[in-house]
Each structure stands twice: as structure tokens, then as C-alpha cells.
Design a protein around this ligand. Structure first.
Ligand SMILES: [Zn+2]
Length: 490
């Protein structure tokens, strides 16, 4: 072999060795570790959602020839706590032969959910001006922080003295700075009418010829305060020279258009006879029989009995049985005294106010006047002046009324002998017995009976027979008779 050939073979052998060495290198020594996924941006998980560990595989792969590679085992080191908001890391480490590769994945557990504010009561509510407004309450819950009620801030005042719409704002933030806001609208409305308070009495009794002076008034409103200056006064002009009833109206309006009204009645009267000056002692053993609540079904029968013995009595009449109204004229014609009891005899109505009482009294008097031609001057209060039932309708009214009727020169007469026919008995014999035993205890007796009760009317003849036989005198009440007065209980 020549020298040239030798050199060529040598070079060729070297090349073959190199190729073999290269093949051996890339198949046995050229490798790196590669992960199946990259998480450069990290992983963000909303708190409450399930966190799943990323499934990452590691392979050893060649450089020059990108072969499929062989999967190699990874070790995962994670500090992720999905129950707590925070930043975490997952370290995945793969080892192959002498090489190690690590991938770090950043994990964020975040809370982006805002807390929730729940209002107690309505989100829109209406309160009356002048009343107290108290927040009905609220609560706040957060998916991460739990109960945040204590952290809620409330802003916006409700001024119940001024009608208008008010917004109350409730705000709260959670530990991740998520904000919540809820608003409640409160409408302050004024539907309360102003109040007019009359100074002095709402029922003024004034003697004919005396001077009348407006006693004054005040007007108060829940929002506007004192609005006395805005009161308008209208109605009748009081003429104290003319007997009658005068009504004065007071009206005021607040800034919300609510109206308040009041009225006062002025009664101009001409005084009648004065009882104390004119009363004379009627003598001993006198019986004043009095019959209340008629005329009615049994009144005619009673009038005939009285005629039979020429006994004169007193009828305290009503208009509760209007069909018998004409008997009022008959009572007067036959010499009896017609006196006022009540037109309606309705306690709830007549004892509700002085005005109501005098309206009823005036009505009865006008019926009497139409029947008899003259005004009645004696009255008897339904239930007597001592009744306590009137307390239910108006406190102190009997005290007022007894003063009023006296000022008007009317005489009121109660009784000192009760027949018991108002309720205790329905028996004629008992009525006779009650009257006889009652009369024996007094020198001058005023006996209470009711001519709308047949069993009581049936007792009258025996009472008269007994009285006459015992030397009693029966008289009708007149303005010079002594009046029996009970004690006032209201
Ligand atoms: Zn009565």
C-alpha cells in the first residue's frame, strides 16, 4: 500500500469512529428534561372553587433528535391551602440521571366576590313626620370573611321633622377590598293635621245682654310648629242680645295641606227663675210623683187614674216614642207639670259633650213648647245628676252640666224615693211596697217611676189610695218646689 492510500483509510476510519461516537452520544448522553405544560402566568383560583393540582408530566428528551422521550417521575412540593386567600407555590421537580429540573408554578387563591348586605324591613319605607325613625337594621355576610355586620357603615340621616325623601346608604368592604353598597329610601310624609286648641270652653253659656269676648285659640302642627297666626275664624256672629245658639268655626292648614278644624258653640240664654230664691216649703207629708221616659203606651191609662183622684204629678218627658208625642199636650192640659228628661235618652250621645247635651235638651224643649205653648223650666238628667255612666263618654260632664243648667236658670230635680221599676223589679206589688216604705222616710218625697212600664203604672192607684188615707198631699213640681239633688259623681 502506498502512503496515500494509507492516509485515506486512516481518515476514513477516523470519520467512522466519529460518526459512531456521535451516534452513541446522541443516543446515550444527549438529553434534557422537559415538562408537559408551562404555567408562566401562574394559576388563579377564586376562593370557594375547587383547586385542582395541574397534571404535569416530565420527559427526558434529546437535543438534536427530538425523540418522544421517556416519562420520568416528578416530585411535587406544594404549599397551596385553598381554604385561605393567599399566594402559594407548587414546585415540580424531575430528576433523570444526573440532571434535575424544577418548575415553579405560582398559585393565587383570590376572593373577588363582594359581601352581601341584607336589609331588615323594606328597602323603601314611609314614616309619618314628627314620629321617631329608628333604622330597622341590617346584616352583612361575606363568602370568605363571614359575618361583617359590625363593619357596615351607615350614612345619611332621616330628619322626621321635615317631609321629604331620604336615602340611607349602607356600605361594607371585605378583607379583599370587595365593596358592597345598599340603599334604603325613607319617605317622610306629613298626613297629620294641625291641631287647634281652644282656650276656654268649647261650649260657652252667656246670659242675654252680657258681653262676649273670644277666649282665644292656639294652633300647633307636628311639622310647622306654632301656626296660630294662620287660623281663620268664620261662622256665626255672636249677638248677645238675641237668645240662640251661635257656632264659630276655626280652620288652619299646614304646609303639607293638612287641615285642622275646631268649633265653639256660644249659647245665649235668658235666665229663668232662680230656684233658691223662689223655693217655698210645701208643708208636711208631701209626695211629688214623677214619671220618666214617657209618654208611651201606658200614659193615657195613667192620666185617667190621676184624674180619678184629682192627683197632679210631674212628667219628665222624652221623644223616644214619637207616636205618643201628643200626650205631652194632654199632660199639660190636665194640670200636670211637663218637664224635660231627654229627646233621645241616649247616654252615649247626650253625655259626649256639653253641646250634644244642650242640642238634645233644646230639641226636647221645642217639642214641649210646640205641644204645650210654653218652655219647660224643670229638667231631670237621664240617670240622675249622680250618674257615673257619663264618665265613659266625657269626664266631668255632670259637674259642667249641673252648673250650666243652673246658670241658664233651669231647675234640675233628682228623686229621694225609688220605686225600683228601672230594673230591680217588674212586679207591681214590689213597686207599691218600695214607694210606701220610701215615702215614710221623708217629709217631702220625690218618687221616681216610669210611665212606659205597665207594671209600674198599675201600682199608681194603690199608692195614691194609701197616700190619701195616710194624710199625704200629692203635688206637681213647680219652680217654687224644693228640688232634690243627688251628689255629683262625674
Ligand atoms: Zn230616664
Amino acid at each position: 500500500m502506498d502512503k496515500k492510500k494509507k492516509t485515506l483509510i486512516g481518515a476514513l476510519a477516523a470519520a467512522i469512529v466519529l460518526v459512531i461516537a456521535f451516534v452513541v452520544y446522541i443516543t446515550c448522553f444527549d438529553y434534557h428534561i422537559e415538562f408537559s405544560g408551562a404555567f408562566d402566568k401562574g394559576i388563579t383560583v377564586e376562593y370557594g372553587n375547587k383547586f385542582e393540582m395541574p397534571k404535569i408530566k416530565a420527559y427526558e428528551k434529546g437535543h438534536f433528535i427530538n425523540r418522544k422521550g421517556k416519562e420520568i417521575k416528578c416530585t411535587v412540593d406544594s404549599n397551596v391551602d385553598e381554604t385561605k386567600v393567599g399566594s402559594y407555590e407548587i414546585k415540580i421537580t424531575a430528576k433523570y440521571k444526573k440532571k434535575t429540573k424544577t418548575q415553579t408554578i405560582k398559585v393565587e387563591i383570590v376572593d373577588k366576590k363582594a359581601p352581601e348586605i341584607t336589609l331588615t324591613g323594606d328597602a323603601e319605607t314611609t314614616v309619618e313626620a314628627g314620629s321617631e325613625y329608628a333604622d330597622p337594621g341590617y346584616s352583612a355576610q361575606d363568602n370568605y370573611d363571614g359575618d361583617l355586620t359590625d363593619k357596615v357603615k351607615v350614612s345619611g340621616d332621616v330628619d322626621t321633622s321635615k317631609p321629604g325623601d331620604y336615602k340611607v346608604k349602607y356600605t361594607v368592604s371585605d378583607s379583599s377590598d370587595n365593596d358592597a353598597e345598599v340603599t334604603r329610601t325613607v319617605h317622610v310624609t306629613d298626613t297629620t293635621a294641625p291641631e287647634i286648641v281652644l282656650e276656654g270652653d268649647d261650649c260657652v253659656m252667656i246670659k242675654k245682654g252680657d258681653k262676649y269676648k273670644e277666649p282665644g285659640y292656639k294652633a300647633e302642627d307636628n311639622c310647622d310648629g306654632d301656626i296660630t297666626d294662620n287660623v281663620t275664624v268664620s261662622g256665626d256672629k255672636v249677638d248677645t242680645d238675641t237668645v240662640g245658639k251661635y257656632t264659630i268655626n276655626y280652620e288652619v292648614e299646614d304646609s303639607s295641606g293638612n287641615k285642622g278644624t275646631a268649633s265653639r258653640v256660644v249659647r245665649v240664654y235668658a235666665p229663668a227663675a232662680n230656684v233658691n230664691a223662689n223655693a217655698v216649703n210645701p208643708g208636711d207629708k208631701v209626695i211629688y210623683l214623677t214619671f220618666d221616659d214617657g209618654p208611651g203606651e201606658y200614659t193615657s191609662q195613667l192620666l185617667d187614674i190621676l184624674d180619678k183622684y184629682n192627683v197632679k204629678v210631674t212628667f219628665f218627658v222624652t221623644n223616644t216614642h214619637p207616636d205618643y208625642q201628643n200626650l205631652i199636650a194632654e199632660e199639660a192640659k190636665r194640670g200636670h207639670t211637663v218637664a224635660i228628661h231627654s229627646a233621645s235618652h241616649n247616654y252615649g250621645k247626650i253625655y259626649s259633650s256639653e253641646n250634644a247635651y244642650f242640642d238634645d235638651l233644646d230639641e226636647m224643649n221645642s217639642i214641649i213648647k210646640a205641644q204645650t205653648g210654653s218652655d219647660a223650666s224643670i229638667i231631670r238628667f237621664p240617670g240622675g245628676s249622680s250618674n257615673a255612666v257619663s264618665k265613659k263618654y266625657c269626664k266631668g260632664i255632670m259637674t259642667q252640666l249641673t252648673n250650666d243648667v243652673t246658670a241658664r236658670g233651669l231647675l234640675y230635680c233628682d228623686w229621694n224615693v225609688s220605686s225600683g221599676d228601672a230594673g230591680e223589679t217588674k212586679n207591681t206589688d214590689t213597686v207599691v211596697q218600695n214607694v210606701i216604705s220610701g215615702v215614710q222616710q221623708h217629709n217631702v218625697s220625690v218618687v221616681l217611676q216610669h210611665d212606659i212600664k205597665g207594671f209600674s203604672v198599675n201600682a199608681v192607684e194603690r199608692i195614691i189610695q194609701w197616700g190619701l188615707s195616710e194624710g199625704y198631699t200629692f203635688l206637681p213640681l213647680t219652680t217654687s218646689s224644693p228640688m232634690v239633688h243627688h251628689g255629683i259623681n262625674n
